[in-house]
Write a protein that binds this ligand. Structure first.
Ligand code: CMP
Length: 139
């Protein structure tokens, strides 16, 4: 089925001017960027987005990092977009990421791992709604 998923190009990547190279990976994989904006999150907004991780030991560090520099938030659309995006991103820890994936090529560490992608249809719906209104999604 055609799906939509929420993607974030994280501060470590925007800082190194990797937005275009990362977007090329998505497009080459057949994912269409149907919405995109560059924003600078506050630590509180990052905390709200990642609320499900609030009990994890890395939560504070995660919120600080995600608000350290601008991010690019985007909606990717395509056949099986949620799984396809996770395939293109590679494993969370770049040390475990497969050749050719975004995290293998660009990520610096498990925290500074260049991209985020929704992990299920439910989280995609919530995460897209967190950043975008329906009017901003242009298929
Ligand atoms: P993401 O897909 O954005 O969702 C939660 C993020 O927490 C994850 O990617 C990682 O970047 C981050 N994360 C996971 N484990 C750790 C860790 N041990 N230390 C720092 N950050 C982590």
């Amino acid at each position: 089925a055609i799906e939509r998923t929420l993607s974030i190009i994280k501060p470590d990547a925007t800082k190194r001017n990797l937005t275009g190279k990362i977007n090329a990976k998505f497009e080459e994989a057949g994912l269409r960027i149907v919405a995109q904006k560059r924003i600078h999150l506050s630590a509180a907004q990052a905390g709200q987005f990642y609320a499900e991780h609030s009990e994890r030991p890395f939560y504070g560090e995660l919120c600080e990092f995600m608000s350290s520099e601008p991010v690019v938030v985007q909606v990717l659309e395509g056949e099986g977009a949620i799984a396809k995006n996770r395939e293109v991103m590679g494993a969370t820890n770049p040390a475990n990421a497969a050749e050719g994936t975004i995290r293998k090529e660009f990520a610096l560490s498990v925290g500074e791992n260049s991209v985020h992608g929704s992990d299920s249809p439910d989280s995609a719906k919530r995460e897209i709604g967190f950043f975008f209104s329906g009017l901003e999604l242009v298929g």
